[in-house]
Design a protein around this ligand. Structure first.
Ligand code: 4AD
Ligand code: MG
Length: 482
């Protein structure tokens, strides 16, 4: 059966078609606005009320499902090019108007917080329909890009025994009885009696396993759910998010930056080309929201223009050390101060610093590289000490306007001895990650990769301000209701 997206592109025709969808509105006993989820636009079906029983007409309510048969004609009205002249209507499923009234399906404006409370219904709204279609298109674009570049998808495990980021933010999994776990001789929980006979958790990143696959297949990428038990209740963090992690043998950090930049431009371009109607809708939505906001918080560009800007401009590449100099000499606001002033080399950047660099100083996406070794993960390639004796690693973060960190990546430490020392210094257990270290004994070559938080990309492309509104069922602290 043809979907409404395709029907709206077709020409008037005497051939009879049947369309199934949900009623968005029913005016004057004559005009049904029908939506089947394939497009932001509704198909107008026109009926002759005198041809139908009152009983049937009374069931054509908002949210009810109907099948309409008829022919496509040029529309006399101004809202649409073509419409369906109905000859037959079948009610597939009713929806009680009194019940509908209590939900976000009722035809009035609901705010995003209210929509979140009815996550099971929100995909039926215009905004979420548009966001989720864009999300699906971006997901396809990710696979398309890598497949066309000769990458293989690697399916890395969800359940792991290690902590890839060494940040201790894992969700433990266990089949032991939490009320009465078996104890070892020292009185600690005896994980030897657990399902995996050791402590295990949900993965925080597929990177380490992907690295092992890059050492065999050359170029791989993962695209799967990752889990972080970090208690950050922000509009940019989820406890369960989807991450894309390419990993490439023989790529150094510069090649890694090129890959990330080319990839981001390509998938954003794909959305611009393939989601034009949804992006136009979301652009208008953002403009309406901006009207309620103080000038400083409004989006600096219309959505489409912002997305096109990405394709047309090179990302600015700046070392951490240069960024620190810029930040130290900047006057970010009227008070001329950051909330967390940058006093010394080596400090981690806060989101206010990242946003200043991207939104005020450079006004374009920024790739920051060569971070202090101390604030980054153990697996990153160590640089020679700089003139001031500072130790940096070949890390890169890509910062986007309105988002902050979109990508985190690095060249990996391929030298056995250096990695071993680093693991000892950072107290990374060799028992857990011995396999990762061992890989450095056998043809260990320069290699690099990065991780892109898929929801942050979807936020950027849809202009949505809260990460909870770009994933069907957001998992955040205290929220796994649906
Ligand atoms: O910077 P992160 O922690 O890097 C890694 O996990 C590396 N192993 C990636 C790699 O080199 N293969 O995370 C990568 C990206 C971040 O830049 C951000 O976009 C996203 O994942 N991210 C989150 N997105 C939503 N919610 C969270 N809690 C996130 N934590 C990270
Ligand atoms: Mg990071």
């Amino acid at each position: 059966m043809k979907r409404i997206a395709a029907i709206l592109q077709s020409d008037p025709s005497m051939i009879e078609i049947t369309v199934k969808g949900w009623v968005r509105s029913f005016r004057n006993d004559r005009f049904i606005a029908l939506n089947d989820g394939s497009t932001i636009h509704n198909l107008q079906a026109v009926i002759e009320p005198e041809n139908y029983d009152r009983d049937l007409l009374d069931q054509i309510n908002v949210a009810a499902a109907v099948a309409v048969t008829g022919t496509l004609t040029e529309s006399a009205g101004s809202g649409q090019r073509i419409e369906l002249q109905a000859t037959k209507i079948e009610i597939l499923a009713t929806a009680d108007p009194e019940e509908v009234k209590k939900t976000i399906l009722s035809p009035k404006k609901h705010n995003l917080e209210t929509l979140r409370e009815q996550a099971h219904l929100r995909v039926r709204t215009n905004t979420f329909g548009a966001v989720m279609r864009v999300r699906a298109a971006l997901s396809f674009a990710v696979h398309k890009y890598f497949q066309e570049q000769g990458f293989y998808q690697a399916h890395t495990p969800i359940i792991t025994g290690s902590d890839a980021e060494g940040a201790g933010e894992m969700f433990r999994i266990s089949t032991l009885d939490p009320k009465n776990p078996p104890l070892d001789e020292e009185g600690n929980i005896d994980y030897k009696q657990d399902f995996f006979e050791k402590e295990s958790n949900l993965t925080v990143s597929g990177q380490l396993e992907a690295e092992t696959y890059a050492m065999g297949l050359g170029q791989v990428y993962t695209f799967g759910p990752t889990f972080r038990a970090e208690n950050s209740n922000t509009s940019r963090h989820l406890a369960e998010f989807w991450m894309i992690e390419p990993e490439v043998a023989f790529n150094d950090l510069d090649a890694n930056m090129d890959l990330a930049e080319g990839f981001l431009k390509s998938v954003i371009d794909y959305a611009l080309e393939n989601c034009a109607d949804d992006i136009a809708f979301l652009e208008k939505r953002q403009a309406d929201e901006d009207k309620q906001k103080p000038a400083a918080e409004r989006s600096p560009m219309p959505l489409r223009e912002k997305l096109e800007f990405i394709g047309k401009n090179n990302f600015k590449r700046v070392s951490y050390t240069e960024a620190i100099d810029i930040l130290r000499n900047s006057k970010p606001n009227k008070k001329k101060k950051f909330k967390y002033p940058i006093n010394e080399w080596g400090a981690d950047l806060q989101s206010e610093h990242e946003r200043y660099l991207v939104e005020k100083h450079f006004e374009c996406p920024v790739i920051l590289f060569d971070y202090p070794a101390k604030i980054k993960a153990f697996y990153m390639r160590l640089n020679d000490k700089d003139a001031n004796g500072n130790e940096t690693v070949r890390a890169m973060d890509i910062l986007f306007p309105g988002i902050g960190e979109m990508v985190g990546g690095s060249q990996r430490e391929e030298r056995y001895d250096v990695l071993k020392q680093k693991m000892t210094d950072m107290e990374i257990s060799e028992e857990e990650l011995g396999w990762y270290l061992e890989m450095r004994k056998f043809g260990s070559v320069v290699h690099s990769g990065f991780g892109l938080g898929f929801e942050r990309l979807v936020m950027f492309v849809t202009g949505m301000g809260n990460i909870r509104d770009v994933i069907p069922y957001p998992r955040t602290p205290g929220n796994a209701e649906f």
